[in-house]
Each structure stands twice: as structure tokens, then as C-alpha cells.
Design a protein around this ligand. Structure first.
Ligand code: ADP
Ligand code: MG
Length: 456
């Protein structure tokens, strides 16, 4: 992509309405534009990051054996009357009436609809276990939408639903989700800590929220500092193995980590004082086991091997896809702008031409551009007729993790400069070596993508 041909409406001024850094930077970097309260257009740069995040979420769900589908945003109120939630949900639900006076709603979540799909087609224990998920826009009429995409009214969520024959099988699905979530966040360069949480309007006994530590987080969290040393890393996991998934759950949830809703001061005080942490966090996901709460009233049953009929055990599992874009910035920025982790960056690298219009410099940039594109590392090439300082400022603001700087002085010695956005460290390299370095840097990310089939 050439910046002169791109649509990147960066702002010079700091927008006054934005209270937190991710919201400010998303507006300044031309990633989003507010359409109405809590409702945003994703401009090209923001859209790219959203899609990267979405893709990682898809890949890790497919890797765990979960199956993607797509349900509509608009739902019929009748389904929600069956579960009893039409009245229970309250003013957060956006209720709509169609021309035939039928009650509709913009889905805040999909337990009812997925249960209806399930009961329409599945009758036998032989078809279990089954986990279906989708990544779809939700609407919740939040009293106080704020912080940009972090607490929106319309937001993108991955929500998955497991159907199992027994509580034990459903708890395995719960554990599988926990593992897949750890992998998902780590691939994005984020640490998200599973914390014991409260189940709220979804209902149920077992639930963990995943929290990214950040001063601007809306939840107060209490945890044992040892938990932040845990890494899932690149270990192999067999998602079919009950023991392996259970072991990961135990490893990541045995230390104290709770949100204010479930905080137990007496238990907390049993941790050595030096390890007690009180902080704030951003909820980027939540997993629930809720048994037969929906399957029973809605008649989602299966025939057992013995011939009887039983309601299926279910759980639901959400990831805040659009919120993650904000959370990623909260966790990765400095005073000059965003610093994207390689896994989610909108472009793998930028090219800055220090002397636009100089024949040799332009030609060197074009060669780099072609080589990177051929290597599958689509660069954002700043080919505008601007001062170097302005080009650097734009690159720093939009946060591409790697920048290639090309100028006449370096070219005389046959080199370009490769700069890390995170450390600021630069290295002079022959152009072909710079391309090779970038290929090396991105290889692990591409290998992870290549190791699962394209989800859809
Ligand atoms: N208003 C919102 N704006 C953006 N993301 C949201 C919003 N509400 C929830 N999410 C994201 O969707 C995920 C799953 O939602 P859920 O747990 O059902 O929401 P909640 O905890 O608010 O009831 C949350 O972990 C969060 O990351
Ligand atoms: Mg939640």
C-alpha cells in the first residue's frame, strides 16, 4: 500500500472527547470514526487490525475443534420468551418492531438462537460433542458507552456454544475454551489472566473472565503476583485430551485471581503479602458453564445410548473482538503513539523514503516494496512529498513494529535502516538482508496461521 493512495485520516489535535489513551490514539491514527454514541465506523487502518484480531480468534477456535457458522444480528423476541430472558434482559436490549408488528431485537448474545438451531437438527448422543461459534456484531444499549470501542453499544464478539451429553463432557469443553483463549491472547502479544468471576445475566456456576492488566481497566482485580509469570508458550496440546486440558486449567487457575465481584478478602490475605496485587483490568473474554439452563426450557434434548432423552449440557464462551483492539493499544503504546505487536499489526512494516523525487532513492524504495510484497509482507510505503520528521511522526503514531528508512546517504553505502518501533534500535542492512530479517521475524506468526485450515 502506498500512503499517497491510502485513506489514512490522521488527526493533528488530540480529540477532547477521548478520556483514555487507546481511544485517543485510535482517533488520532485514523482507525475509527464515531457514528453515534458507542457506535463506530472502522476506517481502513482500524479495519485491518480488527480483521487481524478476528482471524487469530478464528484460527484458534478451529484449532480447538470448534465449528464456525453465522447467525443474524436481528432475532425474534419469541425465542427469548421461551427462555424467559425477553423480560429479564432489561433496557440493555434494543427492541425493534417490524412492519407486521412482530417483536424483534438486535442480539446482545445468542444462547437462544443457537439452542434453537441445535434442537432443530440434533437428536442423538452420537452427534455430540459439538461446539459452534460465530463472530458477529452485538448490540447492548449500555447506559454509559465510553472509552471508544472498549465499551461500545455495537461491538464485535466471538461467541461460542458447546453442547455435551454430561456435565463432565461440558467441563472439558470449558477447559478447551480456556486453553484456546490463552493461546489466542498470547498470539496477539497480550497477557490475559483468567480470573474467577460472577456469572451475571447468563447464569451458571462456573465462569472465568480473562483480564488484561491496565490502569484504565473498568474492573478492579485482586491476584497473586505469581500468576503473571505463567506463559502458555508454544507447547503442544491435544484438545481431545481431558487430562491435558484439565492440567492447563489447574495450572492457570490455582492461584488467587479474582475480580471485585467474587473477591474474598479472607482468602486473599492468606497469600504472602509481597505477592498480593490489587490492580485494574480490561475484560477481553469470558467462559461459562451453565448446564441445562437453556436446553431444558427450550427442549434441546438428545437420545442417550440407553434410549432415554436428556437435555444437553451447555456453556457459552465470548471474546470481545472489537474491544481487543482498544485493549491492545492500552497495553502497547508510548508517548509517540501505538506499538503494534507483530501478530496484529495492520502492516508488517513501513517504508520511509527520505528523499521523495530523487531517482535513485525512489527506485530503491520501489525495489524494496516489490520484494516485501513478493515475500508476503505487505509494506505501507510513505511515498508522500513530506519532510522526514513528518513521515517518522506518522509511522510512530500508527505503530507499525518495523520501519525501513531509505535515503541517499545510506544507499551510497548500499544499506537501508531497519528500526524497531518498540526499542527504537536501528540496524543498517543491505536491502535484501532487511527483507530476510523481516521474513524471519514474521515466520513464527505465519507458521501459526498456516498450521490450521482457513476457518471460512
Ligand atoms: N459494551 C461492550 N463493548 C465492547 N465489548 C464488549 C462489551 N460488552 C462485552 N464486551 C466483550 O465481549 C465479551 C463477552 O461478553 P460478556 O461476557 O457476555 O459481556 P459482559 O461481561 O459485559 O456481560 C466480554 O468479555 C467483552 O470483552
Ligand atoms: Mg463478561
Amino acid at each position: 500500500m502506498r500512503l499517497s493512495r491510502y485513506f489514512l485520516p490522521v488527526l493533528k489535535e488530540t480529540p477532547a472527547e477521548a478520556q483514555i489513551v487507546s481511544h485517543r490514539l485510535m482517533l488520532r491514527a485514523g482507525m475509527i470514526k464515531q457514528a453515534s454514541a458507542g457506535n463506530y465506523s472502522w476506517l481502513p487502518l482500524g479495519y485491518r487490525v480488527l480483521k487481524k484480531v478476528e482471524r487469530i480468534v478464528h484460527e484458534e477456535q478451529v484449532r480447538a475443534g470448534h465449528i464456525p457458522l453465522l447467525m443474524p444480528t436481528l432475532q425474534s423476541a419469541d425465542l427469548w420468551r421461551e427462555s424467559g430472558r425477553y423480560d429479564a434482559y432489561g433496557p440493555e436490549m434494543l427492541r425493534i418492531r417490524d412492519r407486521h408488528d412482530r417483536d424483534m431485537l438486535y442480539g446482545p448474545t445468542n444462547e437462544e438462537m443457537i439452542t434453537d438451531i441445535f434442537r432443530s437438527y440434533v437428536n442423538s448422543y452420537r452427534d455430540l460433542p459439538l461446539t459452534l461459534y460465530h463472530i458477529q456484531w452485538k448490540f447492548r444499549d449500555e447506559v454509559r458507552p465510553r472509552f471508544g470501542v472498549m465499551r461500545g453499544r455495537e461491538f464485535l464478539m466471538k461467541d461460542g456454544y458447546n453442547f455435551d451429553l454430561s456435565k463432565e463432557a461440558a467441563l472439558h469443553a470449558y477447559n478447551r475454551h480456556l486453553v484456546s483463549y490463552l493461546r489466542t491472547y498470547e498470539r496477539m502479544g497480550l497477557q490475559a489472566i483468567p480470573m474467577r468471576a460472577d456469572s451475571g445475566p447468563i447464569g451458571g456456576d462456573d465462569t472465568h473472565e480473562f483480564l488484561v492488566l491496565a490502569e484504565t481497566g473498568e474492573s478492579e482485580v485482586f491476584y497473586d503476583s505469581e500468576i503473571t509469570d505463567l506463559k502458555f508458550g508454544d507447547r503442544e496440546i491435544d484438545y481431545g485430551s481431558v487430562e491435558q486440558c484439565q492440567a492447563v486449567l489447574e495450572e492457570f487457575t490455582s492461584r488467587y485471581a479474582r475480580t471485585d465481584e467474587t473477591h474474598d478478602p479472607a482468602l486473599f490475605d492468606q497469600i504472602p503479602e509481597a505477592r498480593r496485587r490489587v490492580a485494574r483490568g480490561i475484560e477481553v473474554g469470558q467462559i461459562f458453564y451453565f448446564g441445562t439452563k437453556y436446553s431444558e426450557p427450550m427442549g434441546a434434548t438428545v437420545q442417550t445410548a440407553e434410549g432415554g432423552k436428556v437435555p444437553v449440557h451447555m456453556g457459552s464462551h465470548g471474546i470481545g473482538v472489537s474491544r481487543l483492539v482498544g485493549a491492545l493499544i492500552e497495553a502497547n503504546h508510548d508517548e509517540n503513539g501505538i506499538i503494534w505487536p507483530e501478530g496484529v499489526t495492520p502492516f508488517p512494516c513501513g517504508i520511509v523514503n527520505l528523499r521523495q523525487g530523487d531517482g535513485e532513492t525512489d527506485a530503491a524504495c520501489e525495489r524494496l516494496y516489490a520484494a516485501l510484497t513478493k515475500a508476503g509482507l505487505e509494506p505501507l510505503y510513505d511515498d508522500r512529498d513530506e519532510r522526514a520528521g513528518a513521515k517518522f511522526a506518522t509511522m510512530d503514531l500508527i505503530g507499525l513494529p518495523w520501519r525501513l528508512t531509505v535515503g541517499p546517504r545510506g544507499l551510497k553505502n548500499g544499506v537501508v535502516e531497519l528500526t524497531s518501533r518498540r526499542s527504537g534500535a536501528s540496524e543498517e542492512l543491505a536491502p535484501e538482508d532487511a527483507v530476510a530479517r523481516l521474513q524471519e521475524i514474521y515466520a513464527p506468526h505465519r507458521a501459526l496461521s498456516a498450521s490450521v485450515p482457513l476457518p471460512v
